[in-house]
Design a protein around this ligand. Structure first.
Ligand SMILES: C[S@@+](CC[C@H](N)C(=O)[O-])C[C@H]1O[C@@H](n2cnc3c(N)ncnc32)[C@H](O)[C@@H]1O
Length: 351
């Protein structure tokens, strides 16, 4: 199954689908840092273009063949349950751009991934209808990443449409909640560092299967660079226990701002909550390291998203954190890709 990835970002979706055995032909991505990351990690091309200026014919030409699957995660800020939801947000039109290109190319299958906020806002019906209008029998499925071995509870909605009238069957979870990969299982082998510090070498062997898998045969560590925090903030967060929150900070050190999930530590024994682009800031959503007095490094964020350590992110620290947070966890994409390739995952009946 050959595929094109629209809004390809760093390539989390492409990477997982490729790991499952699908053949990537092309990524299309507006951001120069994200497309540089994509090119760094794959051997097929990435068009660094605005989707509004690209036609289906341009895509088939750049891909070198007509894809069997058009996949993509149009930007989700307009739907996000984390940010402010706004139905009129212009960025929502990017889903329409995906559907326009699907209509021009008419691949056998389409796959759209998005945040769960979309489920609450009638977009599910609108997207399903828009895909059905161009000939795709479409269903949607909610995935919890931790069910597929990702050390993170990130939930996403995925639409799968088929031109042949087939219905996709959602793959069964691989991990029961009692066996979820925890934060410590995922990042516990990475070197201890202080705010502002970086380390380029591992200092201990991996001690879990997940760490072994992520590390592979890498000996050079990239992206393990902690952001700077002022000394008052470091002192304040030092009072928060593993898995705890700002309630443990003494009154005189309480930060003035923040939301209910700000200034919270990850729980080392559980999967992480959704990793956001503010992962390095203690004021971000539960992103303080379980034992160290700092936010997460890009490499820790990437591990929690199930990117292997060999995957290199390009651009500034901020650009890298955006790419990591935006991505489909590769292990989730791999599970979906394996199901797409399996004849037993398809039926002609309604599910
Ligand atoms: C949610 S991210 C996709 C992440 C990707 N699926 C992954 O797994 O890594 C959406 C991407 O769409 C890109 N994008 C936004 N507007 C675009 C446009 N007009 N044309 C092409 N790409 C665009 C953003 O730069 C961002 O990288």
């Amino acid at each position: 199954m050959k595929f094109v990835d629209l809004f390809s970002g760093a390539g989390g979706l492409s990477f997982g689908l490729e790991q499952a055995g699908l053949q990537p032909l092309l990524g299309v991505e507006l951001d120069k840092h994200a497309s540089a990351t994509y090119r760094e990690n794959f051997s097929h091309p990435c068009l660094n273009e605005d989707i509004f200026s690209v036609s289906g014919a341009d895509i088939v030409e750049a891909a070198g063949a007509k894809p069997d699957l058009l996949a993509g995660g149009p930007p989700c800020q307009g739907f996000s349950t984390i940010g402010k939801r706004n139905r009129e947000d212009d960025r929502n039109n990017l889903v329409g751009e995906f559907i326009r290109i699907a209509g021009e190319i008419k691949p056998r299958f389409v796959l759209i991934e998005n945040v769960l906020g979309l489920k609450d806002m009638n977009f599910v019906e609108e997207i399903t209808k828009a895909l059905e209008d161009i000939g795709y029998k479409t269903n949607n499925y909610v995935f919890t990443s931790a069910d597929y071995g990702v050390p993170q509870l990130r939930r996403r909605v995925v639409f799968v449409g088929s031109l042949d009238g087939l219905t996709f069957i959602k793959p069964n979870p691989i991990f029961a909640p009692s066996k979820y990969v925890s934060v410590n299982d995922a990042i516990g082998d990475l070197p201890e560092i202080l705010p502002s510090e970086k380390k380029y070498e591992y200092t201990q062997p991996p001690f879990t299967d997940y760490q072994k898998k992520m590390r592979g045969d890498m000996y050079e560590l990239t992206g393990h660079e902690a952001s700077k925090h002022n000394s008052e903030l470091v002192k304040a967060i030092s009072f928060i226990p593993n898995g705890g929150n700002r309630q443990s900070i003494p009154d005189e050190l309480q930060p003035n701002s923040g939301f209910h999930n700000s200034y919270s530590r990850l729980n080392s024994k559980e999967p992480a909550v959704t990793v956001t682009q503010n992962m390095s800031k203690p004021s971000g959503t539960r992103c303080i390291h379980p034992f160290q007095n700092r936010g997460l490094t890009p490499r820790e964020g990437a591990r929690l998203q199930s990117f292997p350590d060999s995957f290199k992110f390009k651009g500034t620290g901020t650009a890298q954190r955006i790419q990591i947070a935006n991505a489909v966890p590769p292990l989730l994409a791999k599970a979906i890709g394996e199901a797409l390739l399996s004849p037993s995952s398809w039926t002609i009946e309604e599910t």
